[in-house]
Write a protein that binds this ligand. Structure first.
Ligand code: ZN
Length: 271
């Protein structure tokens, strides 16, 4: 199944774009999501947000820059993907890309979008590392992947990770229901003991990761619908919550215990 997620992930694009607007765009991103998600479409939307000269941090969709990106012929947008005859993305393709980056861009910066970046050979990844360590000018590299674990830790540590969700919350999924309940408590500033009760006995790392996924998904739905069950949360509150969820995911990766990660998350958002 393939569907247009650019709309579903619109709030996410806006959140990233606001970092562009405030001038704090990162030079490298990993966009991770299931195979059913049209990640190149997301990346192009993101590219417009960065390169459109009319609306900083957003795209007008009508100017020559936006139109060229739509038609895949913008001079400063470099696409890298596996060649049809090859099983992987090799070092030659990275070197070609680096050569292009060494030439002055037409506009303010280059944007590189690499599809299926997990297919890079180790040699190619090590070569790309040089670009991430010393990005030429204001260039931005966006690595798309189904699974960021396929990338070297040295690459991952230099990129901001963005996760796209492929499906909405299933109504009969107990973990999804629990995620909704926890979110209601933290966004509604419930007393800590109530949130703790909603968290229940979730102590397992995988369960906590699932909860985080569900909560992020839910946050996006809340931003899109703006009003849920008559309760209104500000987009700012929700996007701060999403940031905290990202932080929780990082802390889990860094080895903090699941219990402590969730406690910190609840205190950050609802405290
Ligand atoms: Zn535009």
């Amino acid at each position: 199944m393939r569907f247009d997620l650019s709309q579903e992930n619109e709030s996410l694009i806006r959140r990233i774009s606001s970092s562009v607007e405030s001038g704090s765009v990162s030079h490298a991103y990993i966009v991770e999501g299931p195979a059913t998600v049209d990640k190149p479409a997301f990346a192009k939307q993101f590219a417009k947000g960065i390169l459109c000269p009319r609306r900083s941090g957003d795209d007008c969709g009508r100017c020559p820059v936006c139109q060229k990106i739509d038609h895949d012929n913008h001079e400063d947008l470099i696409f890298v993907s596996r060649l049809k005859t090859k099983a992987s993305i090799g070092i030659d393709q990275i070197r070609d890309m680096q050569h292009q980056l060494s030439i002055k861009p037409n506009g303010p910066r280059y944007l590189v979008i690499m599809d299926e970046s997990g297919l890079m050979t180790e040699e190619a990844q090590n070569c790309l590392l040089k670009t991430l360590e010393e990005p030429p000018g204001a260039s931005v590299v966006v690595l798309l992947t189904d699974n960021s674990e396929a990338l070297l830790p040295t690459i991952r540590s230099r990129c901001i990770r963005i996760r796209l969700e492929g499906s909405s919350i299933a109504g009969d999924d107990p973990m999804a229901r629990r995620a909704e309940e926890i979110l209601e408590h933290v966004l509604g500033r419930s007393p800590f003991y109530k949130t703790k009760k909603a968290l229940g006995d979730v102590r397992d790392r995988n369960q906590v990761l699932q909860l985080i996924d569900h909560m992020e998904n839910r946050c996006r739905q809340l931003i899109l619908s703006r009003n849920d069950n008559g309760v209104l949360y500000s987009p700012r509150e929700i996007s701060e919550c999403v940031d905290s969820l990202e932080k929780a995911r990082t802390q889990l990766r860094q080895g903090l215990t699941p219990g402590s990660v969730m406690k910190r998350f609840v205190l950050r958002v609802g405290g």
